[in-house]
Write a protein that binds this ligand. Structure first.
Ligand SMILES: [Zn+2]
Length: 68
């Protein structure tokens, strides 16, 4: 149990059944996307190949509160 698997590896169908609420918290307002698995998370360390989401582009939609 010293071993901390990346978020990507922990998400299995069984995990989701038991921990869906926790999972929902993890993926809420994600800041990083895993370029390997396509998962998202708020912390880079939770993903195996994280890249910041806002590196791509930030001015699309849904960032802050400003829709026009
Ligand atoms: Zn991954």
């Amino acid at each position: 149990m010293a071993e901390e698997k990346p978020f990507c590896k922990r998400i299995t169908p069984g995990f989701l059944k038991k921990n869906l609420e926790e999972y929902k918290e993890w993926i809420r307002e994600p800041l990083y996307v895993c370029t390997k698995c396509g998962r998202v998370a708020r912390r880079a360390r939770d993903l195996c190949k994280p890249v910041p989401l806002d590196a791509a582009r930030r001015n699309g939609k849904g960032a802050s509160g400003e829709n026009s």
